[in-house]
Design a protein around this ligand. Structure first.
Ligand code: PMP
Length: 311
């Protein structure tokens, strides 16, 4: 208990932290099925299949200086996820963009992210079978402020990770909201006092709890090839493109934890962490144990190029 703070004040403080320190100053405006509402008035049915069945997909788009990063890539992946699950796409590309921009503007968001979730909607009851055609998908969007997102001090020191068995389902290429196992893995990492977990299947790394995993060996960037085993990261695609443009060698292949521990560098990519160096795996320092030049350079290039192309 912090001296001098009563329960209500502590709650407000917790709440504010979860929202990027804005919670006690302003109420967020969120988006639900075409409406912009104060967050405490936004509701979704208890029969929504997103809630009952994790029957929904999502995207997270970063915002820097009020502009959306890699928006088109995220939209393409959203539509692919919907298609793989035979779910209707309720909005046009222009509608999505207008809503993302509408939220950034209404929340005066400078740095942070916009979260989008589309579920198969509310069929009015619970049933394993998909609802009849015509059930409207639920569309929810909200912002999270993250002041100084691009200047995350962790990028200077790097993350420490543990390895953990990958116990997720086998369609990890679809960005569904069934995130319980990655949450459990994140909690295991926290319990061990580190930043994240790299998941391992059949002896090789799949990906991090919410990011793609890379090592650097003899100047080559190594990352697992795309398949149904991993999410096709939008940041991954951009970083590999920038790496190729900078004449860096890229090998898309699997690697073990032992190979990663013996690598010169390691890092992860995701829409919200950008390029984040990894300096330790299962207690073993990678290379010098400091942030390496390749990860540092790729982070710089990614931020520079993404800011230039942001909309
Ligand atoms: N893998 C997993 C499992 C993820 O959850 C994420 C982040 N959504 C990523 C990779 C990185 O994808 P992106 O670069 O598109 O954020």
């Amino acid at each position: 208990m912090v001296a001098g703070l009563d329960d209500a004040a502590l709650w407000a403080q917790d709440h504010a932290d979860a929202r990027g320190n804005q919670g006690d100053i302003m109420t967020r405006t969120v988006y639900v099925n075409g409406d912009y509402l104060p967050e405490d008035q936004a509701t979704v049915s208890i029969f929504d299949r997103g809630f009952l069945m994790a029957d929904g997909v999502y995207e997270v788009v970063s915002v820097l200086d009020g502009k959306l990063l890699d928006f088109e890539g995220h939209l393409v992946r959203l539509k692919r996820s919907l298609n793989e699950l035979a779910m209707d796409n309720p909005l046009s590309d222009d509608d999505y963009l207008a809503a993302f921009r509408g939220l950034v503007e209404r929340n005066a968001l400078a740095d942070g992210l916009v979260y989008l979730q589309v579920t198969r909607g509310n069929p009015g009851d619970r049933d394993f079978a998909y609802p009849a055609a015509g059930t409207r998908p639920t569309v929810v969007m909200f912002t999270q402020a993250k002041p100084g997102l691009a200047d995350n001090p962790a990028a200077q020191t790097g993350w420490r990770v543990i390895s953990i068995e990958d116990q997720r389902w086998s369609r990890r290429d679809i960005k569904t909201v069934q995130l319980l196992y990655p949450s459990m893995a994140k909690m295991e990492a926290k319990a061990q006092g580190v930043d994240d977990a790299w998941m391992v299947e059949d002896g090789v790394v799949t990906e991090g709890t919410s990011n793609n995993a890379y090592i650097v060996r003899n100047g080559a960037i190594v990352t697992r090839a795309l398949s149904n085993d991993i999410l096709h990261g939008i940041t991954r695609a951009a970083v590999l493109r920038f790496a190729a443009e900078a004449q860096m060698q890229v090998e898309e292949r699997s690697f073990t934890i032992a190979e990663a521990q013996a690598a010169d560098e390691a890092f992860i990519t995701s829409a919200s962490a950008f390029v984040m160096p990894v300096v330790e795996i299962d207690g073993a320092a990678i290379g010098t144990g400091q942030v390496g030049p390749v990860a540092r350079r790729l982070r710089e290039i990614y931020l520079e190029e993404s800011r230039k192309a942001a909309i």
